[in-house]
Design a protein around this ligand. Sequence first.
Ligand code: OAD
Length: 249
Amino acid sequence: MVNSSTARPEWDVVRELIRGRGPLTVLTGAGASAESGVPTFRGAGGLWRERDVMSLATPEAFREDPRLVWEFYQYRRREVATCAPNDGHLALARHQSRHADTWIITQNVDGLNRAAGSTERLIEMHGSLWWTRCTSCGLRVYNDDLGFDTPPRCSACCGMVRPDIVWFGEGFHEGVIESIVALLARGGTMLIVGTSGAVYPAAGFAAAARAQGAVTVEINLEASFIADDMDYVLRAPSGEVLPYLLTEP
Ligand code: OAD
């Protein structure tokens, strides 16, 4: 990791860019919540009961063993319930409250952007741990009950309820991709924060925005798989970089 004091000149360039360059689009991944204590997927926290957590994030896994997958998501909800937004989430929310053209696209399902105050201009593209969906009638319900260890039944049709997460191989919620495509066409600056760039379509967003005139900036402790799509790279924790970039004089 580059020492932050040696990296600062580049941080200043990016800060000026954000101030002078119109719309700001921010894509976040698990690293943006790491300083809140939420484990990342491809780091040391990628296992649960010895299983690769990504093998549980599939419709097939839920069909085979709904109780196991529900228990895994209840475990994640309990884990996240003890976490609070970090300085990066808070800096983003503050920036949004002053700049109507700042949007956040997050792959995170932890709800921490919302908890920090980003209740608008936020796209939770992989869904949310705090919502459930009926597998029969599709009814979506906010649910922060940490008590159930088996999938509950739908209050409308008695169908089995699942986490409202976009699992591997599934389509996105209606309108999500269209909204993102429009954001990527705006130009301005795009920050890509704490994502390894391993999962599409999110991994393609930086290249798409750059091809349409945006300046792209990676904020990550390590080089992501999409580092070549970046104009600037800041190698430091997002909870440190985002407040620096977004704090106004
Ligand atoms: P990953 O776990 O793949 O990547 C986390 C990234 O964050 C890594 O590149 C780390 O270097 C970086 N990182 C860790 N701590 C950081 C910090 N404090 N500041 C900045 N960067 C830091 O997570 P994602 O890229 O989000 O999908 O994974 C994408 C998707 O794959 C997830 O949304 C999830 C997963 O399977 C679903 O659940 C559907």
